[in-house]
Design a protein around this ligand. Structure first.
Ligand code: MG
Length: 382
């Protein structure tokens, strides 16, 4: 089996998510954005697909690095192809990112599953076929009735529990919200959430990422009183020592790193430095399913859980093939959006959740996406 072609198709998709000036998603009117589908084709006719923003598979990257590494190679040699692509990063002047590595790796896994008519979580070796989800709430905003006040968070958490979620994570207020960030307001939102859902629902927080040590400590100590399950990225992750300091000073589990560069190598350093209690990985943060699994097994070897960042079937698969991971992150969620509506380029939701809060893995071959190829063909960008 040899790779014959690597191509990207850019198409228009409709979304109600808008990014604010700092890049956080909030609800708004429906509008069109561009999305890319990466397709890897083998000489057997088998294909693998993965979706991403067009910039990650722009012609320069495909021509200069991805095709050079992939064309003519066996698509089943995922480890070597990943290593070869990762080697090109050093000389790419920061153009070839972990995000692009991740998309290529996902498409190769999809191709493997489709060619064998098997779902990827079964190919890797599943631990479970359904994973409990936590509802991951969008960042706070200034939208009336949205996520503008602590009570808004409390009301929304009640709704999420009624939908079936057994865990909820709050992203609190960050700039450009006019008065943010504010530790005391974060704690008020967390208290309102705890009050609304009672003691049995797992609550987590992902707060402003650039608090000082004293602010993060104040936040963490407040969350300990509210029985929160973890505190996530309240400090700039570039300073591992600061996380080691925070982890030592708090009883609440500290989770990380999510955004720090360095794939599974960085995660090994964090474990060694005792800079977190729960490790963090994510398919798009570390360069694919392949290195995400390495981080997951690394954590297991040290008796640690590793929680997976972000939604999507590729992240769902990593949670399903791991014992040392409690949750699938489902969202982002907002009172004015309906997550279960899905995407116009997929015929079915990739992460359907039942009334008990479990997301079920698909039996479809590959990553499990039910791609609407007609929609994509009709909405191609010239
Ligand atoms: Mg996060």
């Amino acid at each position: 089996m040899r790779i014959e072609d690597v191509s990207a198709q850019v198409f228009r998709t409709t979304t109600r998510r808008h990014a604010d000036s700092a890049g956080h998603a909030h609800p708004g009117p429906a509008h069109q954005v561009q999305m890319a589908m990466l397709t890897i084709t083998a000489d057997t006719g088998d294909k693998g697909y993965a979706f991403c923003p067009p910039e990650l598979v722009r012609p320069y990257l495909l021509e200069k690095f991805v095709r050079k590494v992939l064309i003519g190679e066996d698509p089943r040699d995922r480890e070597r192809l990943w290593q070869d692509l990762a080697h090109w990063q050093r000389g790419s002047a920061a153009q070839l990112t972990d995000r692009t590595l991740a998309i290529v790796d996902c498409a190769l896994w999809d191709l493997a599953g489709r060619s064998l008519n098997q779902p990827v979580h079964k190919l890797i070796g599943a631990y479970r076929d359904k994973v409990p989800a936590y509802g991951s709430i969008m960042c706070g905003d200034e939208i009336e009735g949205g996520l503008a006040t602590p009570d808004d968070y409390g009301r929304f958490c009640e709704k999420l529990v009624a939908r079936g979620y057994k865990g909820i994570k709050l992203h609190t207020w960050m700039p450009p919200v006019s008065w943010a960030p504010d530790v005391k307001m974060d704690l008020k939102a967390c208290a309102a959430a705890r009050e609304a859902v009672g003691p049995d629902i797992h609550l987590m927080i992902d707060a402003f990422h650039w608090y000082s040590r004293t602010e993060a400590l104040e936040l963490g100590r407040g969350l300990e009183k509210l029985g929160f399950a973890w505190i996530e990225e309240p400090l700039d992750e570039q300073s591992m020592s600061t996380y080691a300091w925070l982890t030592k000073n708090l009883d609440i589990p500290v989770l990380g790193p999510e955004s720090a560069a360095g794939k599974h190598f960085t995660r090994a350093e964090w474990i060694k430095a005792e800079a977190c209690d729960i490790l963090r990985t994510g398919v798009h943060d570390v360069g694919g399913i392949t290195p995400a699994l390495k981080s997951m097994r690394l954590a297991e070897s040290f008796g640690m859980n590793c929680e997976v960042h972000g939604n999507g079937v590729e992240n769902l698969i990593v949670t399903a093939v791991s014992k040392n991971c409690r949750w699938y992150e489902r969202g982002l969620l907002h009172p004015f959006l309906e997550y279960d509506d899905g995407f116009d380029y997929l015929s079915q939701l990739g992460d359907p959740m039942d009334a008990d809060g479990f997301v079920h893995l698909s039996d479809r071959p590959g990553l499990g996406l039910d791609i609407n190829f007609d929609f994509i063909a009709e909405n191609l960008v010239a």
